[in-house]
Design a protein around this ligand. Sequence first.
Ligand SMILES: [Cu+2]
Length: 177
Amino acid sequence: MVPDPAAPRGAFLVALVVTALILGGVTLLVALARSGGPRSGRLLPIVRVLWLGLVGAVWVGLNLVSLGWVRLGRVGPADPAPVTVEVEARVWSYRISNPQVPAGVPVLFVVRSADTLHSLGLYDPDGQLLFTLMAMPGMEERGLFTFPRPGRYRLRCLEYCGLGHGLMAGDLVVQGR
Ligand SMILES: [Cu+2]
């Protein structure tokens, strides 16, 4: 049975099965090529091309499939207008323009850094990481996210930024409508 890629562990299982099949097939071909049989000299270049092609195809394929798990989205025509939250990261805190947002409404995060490289990892009330955005000096990162339920969400820096990095956090309260 093919694992469902939409299931939480589906991507891992698909990658595992595909990798095992490829490694098995290539190992077999290499063994044949090295066996010293009459056709082994012609097999080696074929093995190389196949290997490169397969690795390339799997790499592109898995990356394309993984796009389905990206939680940051776009605003569709029927969606309500997004609420903008500007986040400025600096050593070692976040300045959040409006730390209270409604659930069920798209929230546009605009992330900047006032000094060095930081990131914004957003965790739900159960401590599950929802998404990350980079905070880079002189640049702006944008991400759209709709909070499904109210609660206290936690911002954490996931890019080492100096001594206080581990303490760099902030709160975002998502309110019910
Ligand atoms: Cu940091």
